[in-house]
Ligand binder design. Sequence first.
Ligand code: PLP
Length: 431
Amino acid sequence: QDKHELYPSHAGDYGGDEVSQSKLAAKDLVFEILKKRAADVDIDRCGPGEEDPFYVADMGEIYRQHLRWKMNLGRVKPFYAVKCNPDPEILRLMARLGNGFDCASKAEIDLALESGVDPSRIIYAQPCKTKSYLRYAAQMGVRQMTFDNADELYKIKANFPDAELYLRILTDDSTSLCRLSMKFGASLDVAPQLLELAHRLELNVVGVSFHVGSGAEDPKAFLKAVQDARLIFDQAAEIGYELHTLDVGGGFSQDTFEKFSAILSDALDTYFPPNIRIIAEPGRYYVASAFTLAANVIARRDVPDPLDPSRDAYMLYLNDGVYGNFSNIIFDHQHPVAQILSCENRSRASSPDAATPEGFAYSIWGPTCDGIDVISERINLPGLLDVGDWLYFEDMGAYTRCSATRFNGFSDTHEVIYISSEAGASALLDY
Ligand code: PLP
């Protein structure tokens, strides 16, 4: 069945100028489609796996995030971080929006190239690269790449001496969710020696890059990193390099975007004249809110409420967990929030006494046999859920599917229903 036929795009209906208005309408649209798809499953007769979790992906949401980026960071060209969610439809949209790609492996380079972009729109932003991948990048014409240590420079000299190099510098990422600077980045003390070495090796250094950490909380980290980058540009000039590009990395998110981008824009305008090209590697910012996940309740256990043993509480077991799409709980320190998609109240053993003004108390677990596989230790929901009911989770687009495993024989690939709540995205994607 053609997914676009089954769930036709409502593009045009929701393409108003008022972003928050169209966002609200988009949420309604996503909910409607989640409900319709879940209702297609007859839980008592379906074949194995027909009740598997599934996503609804609203490409219109990515489009709105792009407009927001353009409005606030017009000078900065996004190179979407493929690692965050390598879904081919996302990559296709990014390519059509004119964005580039940040890739960290051969497979990601292949995915980016498959979207049809020129290799010049790819940066191999992994400071410690596999030798054979470096040769592959050379073969495919992916010239831009980062480095942060001397060994990498020798490796690049031997395998891709014509590469266009960005020196990745250390940042203060102490307030970010996922810290990167403990693993990557040259300190300001070491940077001049690296530039000298690159010069001696006759390598082509063209810019500086940094990453303030994924899920960054302190916008001043951007200001400090831009100031540090300026210093490196000046040091490079003394050595004989005329750097032309600054890569400000990722670390942007939905909630803090305007605040961060205002500080970043000011810093860029203060320290970098307009002839310097500015690129970024946003991941989470673009896609987190575009994907909504639905999962099925496969089992339920009635237990005394740990907070009030005179009442009932329920352990719910879903067919997705931290070894699957909820890998973001472990790797990305997220706390996905369950909401009820369907609640049929079919249970004979239901216990209305369990309800409190806040609803029924649940803990929510994944399907594997590991105790670590918990999605929510405690949540109140306004309905008595049972086997066969559905829950849904918003904001599941970043660092979810890409780090799912097949532990215990559960699938790591799930259906994605693509829709578009924005006419602009529908037109670009031919929906
Ligand atoms: N660029 C690099 C080099 C990264 O390591 C990451 C994430 O780990 C990103 C970009 C994307 O970061 P974010 O999703 O916070 O925008």
